[in-house]
Design a protein around this ligand. Structure first.
Ligand SMILES: O=C([O-])CC(=O)C(=O)O
Ligand SMILES: [Mg+2]
Length: 256
């Protein structure tokens, strides 16, 4: 009997602690404020971040090469807000209402976020567009990474709202694809693996080379190490410019 009670007490405590932990685990809490992380990451580049992740034993954090900015100069940086959608040929009548709940969840994040969309490998519809960008931006979204399609491109370009996707298409998502859930771990197609998992709070950096996903707990360390690397590379760049003998510069540094 005593053993039974003890076990139950232990279970209850564990559960209680777990609840506390869930409450304490705000996916958008980092050792540095999010706006500062965004500003500093934007000054780096995806290749340098990739090199640091690779060096730290995380070589599989680059998204598939097809995922590119719609405009070459667009850069995206920020913590992930994740969404998973699934093919839906019937036309989900609750889609509009659920979208509103999703926008509310974006606002509740309380920090600038990147809208990251796992489409379940749909290759037909536009999973993003002007409406998502307009309402998203009003709720903290600073850009989108979509493992699928986007449309309304002229309006996205006019407002200089960075979208990274696989293709552009006029094809509407309704009756083809619908929202399944958000703020769960999702999977976007990877450069070196079939998918790269993305959880809420993982940090995203994208530029013309592509998109890298920095695991949340490494966000600050990767930033600091990347900044050091960028500084070293800047010095090497300056030496290349100043030197009449680029091979000698390369021999000295061995990288750029
Ligand atoms: O409605 C969608 O899913 C895509 C779109 O056109 C928009 O966001 O404006
Ligand atoms: Mg639209």
């Amino acid at each position: 009997m005593l053993a039974f009670i003890t076990t139950n007490v232990t279970l209850w405590c564990t559960h209680h602690n777990y609840d506390d932990e869930v409450i304490a685990m705000n996916p958008y809490e980092y050792a540095l404020p999010v706006p500062e992380l965004i500003e500093r990451y934007r000054r780096t580049y995806s290749g340098a971040v990739y090199d640091i992740l690779d060096e730290m034993g995380y070589p599989h954090q680059a998204l598939a090469t097809e995922l590119k900015p719609v405009k070459d100069h667009w850069v995206i940086a920020g913590p992930a807000f994740t969404l998973k959608g699934i093919p839906d040929p019937t036309g989900d009548p609750s889609l509009r209402e659920r979208r509103i709940h999703m926008f509310e969840a974006m606002k509740a994040a309380g920090v600038p976020i990147v809208d990251v969309r796992d489409t379940s490998f749909d290759n037909q519809a536009a999973h993003y567009g002007e409406m998502n960008a307009t309402v998203g931006a009003a709720n903290g979204v600073v850009g989108a990474v979509v493992d699928g399609g986007s449309r309304d491109t002229r309006f996205l370009v006019d407002r200089d709202f960075p979208v990274f996707c696989r293709y552009l298409t006029p094809v509407e998502a309704v009756k083809r694809w619908s929202y399944y859930d958000w703020q769960i771990t999702v999977g976007l197609r990877g450069a070196l693996t079939s998918v790269v998992p993305v959880s809420p709070g993982d940090f995203i950096l994208g530029d013309l080379d592509g998109v890298v996903v920095i695991p949340k707990d490494l966000t600050v360390e990767v930033l600091e190490r990347t900044e050091e690397l960028v500084q070293r590379e800047d010095e090497v760049r300056a030496e290349f410019l100043a030197s009449p003998d680029p091979v000698a510069v390369y021999r000295k540094h061995g990288r750029l």
